[in-house]
Design a protein around this ligand. Structure first.
Ligand code: NAP
Ligand code: HSE
Length: 444
């Protein structure tokens, strides 16, 4: 018999814990496998067997990666969410509005929730966490950022005593795979994207991956926890990788940089900036050698200094590991009778830096008519706005044109934008081909 009130006092009488699974796709199948294959370890950690009781899917007839008893499958959310014997809901179905309603309903039923859904947590995280606290339930979401890397717990628990000044992340496997193959094998963007879809890293509709939105959602979650400040998705400046060319990657290499899609979150005193931008990062920085579909998050804490967390950011079993570890966390809390008490409200009011407070180095590639005084005119614009040049390369092109490649010293985003506006108005400037953020890897 199953007891409905499961806490410290009556734990010895608990015979098993029941899970309701929402979704049985890539991650859901991995969750079933990890729970089955690691049952001994789970029993050792939580003191009783852990069983999946019901699974919500869209299509009951569909062939599955894992064998589950067909009587467990349902297309009716209420059969899972309202089942009084289910203790914990694991949400691995994706989606936002409908899924949010399911999770609120689960919490109202006093069921704890574990989710891998970054889209949902980036948009409604604070609201859902408040609902969970209100119903004395846990809501854990480790798998929503960087799949198998336990980065959220590391920020919240491992680095709890420190003040985090900076986080830089390669948090999207698809874009890292594409950029690695373009850079190391000279392949085209379209060709590698097709391979990433075939290998299952990219979403069926890869727009959120390649346009940077998936990484922005993860950076909103990371920076909210790391800086203890409510950072919303709209606070993250985003640009994806769709315009990166082989030329940009090659010129970057000549200057000693590797092209990566970098999530960047920086705090100066109490003002922060968060962005996801294609970035030329110094080959000396540890993130430059994170390749293929791997993810990594570099965290600089004022006391600890530099740390880096590396691993698989997606995939069935890696992501399921994070989901089931969250389940263990919920069950340990049930055993101690402390559910709903682990989330901490943000400590600080949000203060986003303005463009004149954001400093960076920049890479620019542009085409000019190669005439007398053109470079003098170009460099005078940079000088007028206090943007100093660090590296300069000029290549002659056909028809008396030339390609100029520059790397600036650190400049404010506002001044740099003004330089770009004025540069576009110079008659001898034919086209600005590309502009990227440059990261040397200064610790703060
Ligand atoms: P998936 O393979 O597409 O699986 C989704 C599952 O949910 C399917 O079983 C589907 O049912 C079910 N489902 C979807 N919408 C439903 C609805 N409205 N009603 C009932 N069932 C529904 O997705 P996934 O890759 O496992 O991703 C799941 C979640 O984990 C997403 O939030 C994703 O962002 C997150 N995540 C994924 C990864 C990864 O590596 N894949 C990594 C980190 C986080 P049918 O099977 O019947 O169609
Ligand atoms: N499409 C995502 C990626 C899956 O490529 O990283 C994991 O969130």
């Amino acid at each position: 018999m199953l007891l409905l009130v499961k806490n410290k006092e009556d734990w010895s009488k608990v015979h098993s814990l029941s899970i309701g699974l929402l979704g049985l796709g890539t991650v859901g199948s991995g969750v079933v496998k990890v729970i089955e294959n690691h049952q001994d370890k789970l029993i050792h950690q939580v003191g009783c067997p852990v069983k999946i009781k019901k699974v919500l899917v869209q299509d009951i007839e569909k062939e599955r990666e894992v064998q589950v008893d067909s009587t467990m499958l349902t297309v009716d959310p209420a059969e899972v969410l309202l089942d009084p014997e289910i203790d914990i809901i694991v949400e691995v179905m994706g989606g936002v509005e409908e899924t949010k309603k399911h999770l609120i309903q689960a919490l109202q039923q006093k069921k704890h929730v574990v989710t891998a859904n970054k889209d949902l947590m980036a948009l409604y995280g604070p609201e859902l966490l408040a609902a969970a606290a209100n119903y004395q339930c846990d809501l854990f979401y480790e798998a929503s950022v960087a799949g198998g890397i336990p980065i959220l717990r590391s920020l919240v628990e491992g680095l709890a005593s420190d003040r985090i000044a900076k986080m830089m992340g390669i948090v999207n496997g698809t874009t890292n795979f594409i950029l690695t193959k373009m850079s190391k094998e000279g392949r085209s963007y379209d060709d590698v994207l097709t391979e990433a879809q075939r290998l299952g890293f990219a979403e069926a509709n890869p727009a959120a991956d390649v346009e940077g939105l998936d990484a922005a959602r993860k950076m909103a979650i990371l920076s909210t926890l790391g800086f203890s400040m409510e950072i919303k998705l709209d606070d993250v400046k985003v640009k994806g990788i769709t315009e990166i060319t082989g030329e940009d990657i090659r010129y970057g290499k000549q200057f000693g940089y590797t092209m990566k899609l970098i999530g960047y979150a920086h705090r100066d005193q109490d003002a922060v900036e968060v962005s996801v931008l294609p970035t030329l990062i110094s080959n000396a920085h540890p993130l430059a050698s994170v390749n293929d579909e791997y993810n990594a998050i570099y965290v600089y804490g004022e006391a600890v200094g530099e740390t880096m967390f590396y691993g698989p950011g997606a995939g069935s079993l890696p992501t399921a590991t994070a989901v089931v570890s969250d389940l263990v966390g919920v069950m340990k809390n049930m055993r101690l009778g402390v559910n709903g008490k682990s989330s901490v409200n943000p400590q600080y009011q949000k203060h986003l830096k303005s463009d004149d407070e954001i400093y960076s180095k920049y890479f620019i590639r542009f085409c000019i008519h190669d005439g007398v005084g053109v470079m003098t005119k170009v460099t005078s614009i940079f000088a007028t706005y206090d943007v100093s040049l660090e590296k300069v390369l000029q290549h002659p092109l056909a028809e008396e044109k030339a390609e100029i490649i520059l790397v600036t010293h650190r400049a404010s985003r506002e001044n740099f934008r003004t330089v770009m506006t004025e540069l576009r108005e110079v008659p001898a400037v034919v086209k600005i081909e590309s502009v990227y953020r440059v990261e040397e890897g200064d610790t703060v």
